[in-house]
Write a protein that binds this ligand. Structure first.
Ligand SMILES: *Cc1c(COP(=O)(O)O)cnc(C)c1O
Length: 351
């Protein structure tokens, strides 16, 4: 064996249990397959792909469709293999060795993980005990460490809390570098930072097809940002990184916006039903603006509740050993039947 890079030795990979159960509510995917018509429309377009040629390197049609959805210019759109590759591209271009990256914990683990993999110094600010952003901590972190990139996740994962606009404005005032607002779940919330994107402002908003768009298998995400930033990102991605199939699937999905909005409102009302039912049980429920709910059992240890749920063929995310999330579990909002199965299993697990 030969030694891996010194700074990678202590890192672990990112894992989410893939256990064989009947009710899978652990990775925040959509519980629904894409709308009827999507598969046929993709197949029809695929039959016209010139497979012997490289795909459109600039993904022009896909970016134009995304731009139209958000009412921005195509040159404000950067698309990649999942929003994780979007995040990696941002960090390759704006962070890396000799630069620091700030997060406010607990939050999405991939922000600090990718930042470390590309060689940046990670500064982890702490959130308040109720998981809200502590603006004094934001000021201190930015002043002391001068981060080149600062992340917010809104709604946050795994807490589900929406970042109020005032917090984003405040961060934009004090952050010395780029601000990234990860909006993987924004369609489930009633506020987005998209309107703040401007040529004069070092802000990008990232989105994904993995959650709302029922397309986790496709691995497609994007950002909306200033044109000058999108142009720099083109330097760090590999040539032809977006394959032809993905470009077609993403473009076709956007024809089904109405169906998607319909599903989002169904999931939001299921989320509210689920949260209300959970509040009747001995668990502390964090208010969620996403398609998942973070909760902490009052009397039984979180890890034990997780195992009891698995024993009843229900899989949720075990966050109980993560920093600042003692005993917490996170459940994805599923179909009404899945949610009922979860509620029954949870009640049985709490005594
Ligand atoms: C799920 C998730 C993503 C999605 O990543 P993809 O690579 O697009 O699947 C990004 N950010 C957050 C906060 C997430 O929870």
């Amino acid at each position: 064996m030969i030694p891996v890079r010194d700074d990678l030795r202590a890192l672990e990979g990112y894992h989410s249990a893939q256990v064989d159960v009947e009710v899978r509510l652990n990775t925040n995917e959509s519980p629904y397959e894409p709308p009827p018509g999507f598969n046929d429309a993709v197949a029809a377009e695929m039959s016209r792909v010139a497979w012997h040629r490289y795909p459109d390197r600039g993904a022009h049609d896909l970016r134009a469709a995304i731009a139209e959805l958000h009412n921005v210019g195509p040159d404000q759109v950067f698309a990649a293999n999942g929003s994780n590759e979007v995040l990696q591209s941002i960090l390759l271009a704006y962070a890396g060795p000799g630069r620091s990256v700030a997060t406010f914990e607990p939050t999405y683990k991939m922000h600090s993980q990718i930042a470390r993999v590309v060689g940046s110094t990670v500064v982890e600010g702490k959130r308040a005990a109720d998981f809200s952003l502590d603006l004094d901590e934001v000021d201190r972190t930015c002043a002391e460490h001068q981060p080149s990139v600062t992340f917010l996740t809104s709604p946050n994962n795994p807490t589900g809390l929406l970042e109020p606009r005032g917090n984003v404005d405040h961060l934009l005032d004090v952050a010395p570098g780029l601000v990234v607002v990860d909006e993987a779940y924004a369609q489930f919330a009633d506020w987005t930072a998209l309107d703040l994107v401007d040529e004069q402002r070092p802000l990008v908003v990232t989105r994904t097809f993995s959650k709302t768009w029922s397309m986790a298998a496709a691995r497609l995400g994007y950002l909306i940002g200033p044109t000058w930033l999108v142009a720099e990102l083109e330097k760090v991605v590999l040539p032809y990184h977006l394959d032809a199939l993905k470009q077609v699937a993403g473009r076709v999905a956007l024809r089904f916006t109405d169906d998607m909005n319909e599903r989002v409102s169904q999931l939001v009302s299921e989320r509210e039903r689920l949260a209300a039912a959970m509040r009747d049980l001995p668990v502390a429920v964090t208010p969620s603006s996403a398609n998942f709910i973070l909760f902490r059992p009052d009397t039984v240890p979180g890890a034990l509740v997780w195992q009891r749920l698995v024993d009843q063929s229900v899989l949720v995310r075990d966050c109980s050993s993560w920093p600042r999330l003692d005993n917490c579990l996170r459940v994805t909002v599923g179909t009404p039947a899945e949610n009922n199965a979860f509620l029954g299993a949870l009640e049985a697990s709490l005594t």
